[in-house]
Design a binder for this molecule. Structure first.
Ligand code: S3P
Length: 428
């Protein structure tokens, strides 16, 4: 990746803005590229996220034989009659979602596939999908006995399964659902906390049958015929929008209206935490298309510290931005049970606390989270993104209070290409 930096200047006046051009949802966009391959008709996707991660997923769909026609606002993906073995490796870039979901999909398809990614993705754990997929007959290998990419998958016939996942991860769940729908019998998957459920919603909308049983398992029925195509407008990504929610919450007298977000309950927990801290948050649902969709309005108020120890899977992408609000809140904030943060795009526990320390914030690091002292006045610092888009954008938002230099910000392109442009517009 090219090295890029952002210099953020302290805001000298409050803002009251409506933002309608935040990046489209990354999770849903990845799934659009992949799930369109399960139909026999063209899928119509509006507002597909043009971030590096999701463009990589689209390229992979094309390498597997799909025709991808890009008309600007609309992308039409026409699946091949049979997915073909690609002549080259499949590059997922920085995307854990791309690699883990494609692993589940390709495990059930005859052929040889190599999934790779950038240096950050190649250091992330893949056994969480490789092990359960191997147990149902997939042949998967990679460095460290299949834990690190490049992964080589030889796909083929898969057995049905009953798998209780030790991790609450939508990526693991989705990989197993994509494998399960390709087997001959019903499979069952269980997670301790419902992780984001775009896969279930979208596949059911396409005609699959993935249902919760009374005892908390997800029953995954095999698909007997090609699914209906997708016809979808990808909503705004609430995780990307959250950076501007934090901006409004921390800059006195400010307000932001964030337009057309998915209001899926597994995706808006961070807004609830901000509300618990004292910010004024309003949710306005407008429509329901695979997911509830609407606007969120966030207004500044005095913030107080908070304890976050539950529903961590619903906050995993937003905790770095929340840590900025926690730093200036009155009283300490605690994040617990969040060990998963250590294996995201960076080790987000150490990236958050070390960066906060550079800004003068007092903290204690725990194996599964951190305590942030609160009542801090943030100081200008030079922050390294650690190649993690969420760290880069969180500290750029902190810069609205105190000036900030954020180094190595090319990673923002993975999920939110126009982030800096929107950040700049807050000054107007
Ligand atoms: C995602 C799931 C989450 C999230 C990631 C996107 C998805 O990861 O952090 O940004 O689209 O399924 P895990 O499911 O591994 O927690």
């Amino acid at each position: 990746m090219k090295e890029k930096n952002i210099e953020v200047k302290k805001l000298i006046k409050p803002f009251d803005v409506v933002i309608d051009n935040i990046a489209s949802d990354k999770s849903i966009s990845h799934r659009c590229a992949m799930f369109s391959l399960l139909s026999d008709k063209p899928s119509t996707i509006r507002n597909y996220l043009r971030g590096e991660d999701t463009m990589d997923s689209l390229k992979i769909a094309a390498m597997l034989g799909a025709s991808v026609e890009d008309f600007g606002e609309t992308i039409i993906i026409t699946p091949p009659s049979k997915l073909s073995e690609p002549s080259d490796i499949l590059d997922c870039g920085n995307a854990g979602t791309g690699m883990r979901l494609y692993a589940g999909l390709l495990a059930g398809i005859e052929g040889s596939f190599v999934l790779t990614g950038d240096k950050y993705l190649r250091s992330r754990p893949m056994k969480r999908v490789a092990d359960p997929l191997r147990a149902i007959g997939a042949s998967i290998d990679g460095r460290e006995d299949g834990n690190k990419a490049p992964l080589h998958i030889r796909g083929g016939k898969l057995k049905s399964f009953k798998y209780h996942s030790p991790i609450d991860s939508a990526q693991v769940k989705s990989a197993l659902i994509l494998a399960g729908i390709q087997s001959d019998e019903v499979s069952y998957y269980k997670e301790n906390l419902l992780s984001r459920d775009h896969t279930e919603r979208m596949l059911n909308g396409m005609g699959a049958c993935i249902k919760k049983t009374n005892d908390g398992w997800i029953a995954i029925n095999p698909i007997e015929k090609p699914l209906k195509p997708l016809n979808i407008t990808v909503p705004t990504d609430p995780s990307s929008a959250f950076f501007f929610a934090v901006a409004a919450a921390i800059v006195p007298n400010s307000k932001v209206t964030l337009k057309n977000l998915t209001l899926n309950p597994t995706r808006i927990e961070a807004y609830k935490i901000l509300e618990k801290m004292g910010a004024k948050v309003t949710y306005i649902q407008k429509e329901d298309l695979y997911e509830p969709i609407g606007d969120i309005v966030v207004e500044h108020d005095t913030l107080k510290g908070v304890e976050v120890s539950q529903n961590i899977a619903w906050l995993i992408d937003e905790l770095p931005a929340l840590s900025i609000a926690m730093s200036i809140a009155s009283g300490p904030s605690v994040v617990k049970n969040a060990k998963e943060l250590r294996v995201k795009e960076s080790d987000r526990i150490s990236a958050v606390v070390n960066s906060l320390a550079l800004c003068g914030v007092k903290y204690t690091e725990h194996e599964d989270g951190y305590t942030i002292q609160g009542n801090s006045t943030l100081n200008k610092a030079s922050i390294n993104s650690h190649g993690d888009h969420r760290i880069a954008m969180s500290f750029a938002i902190a810069g609205l209070l105190c000036d900030m230099d954020v180094q190595d910000t090319q990673c923002i392109e993975t999920s939110f290409p126009n982030f800096t442009e929107i950040l700049e517009s807050l000054k107007n």
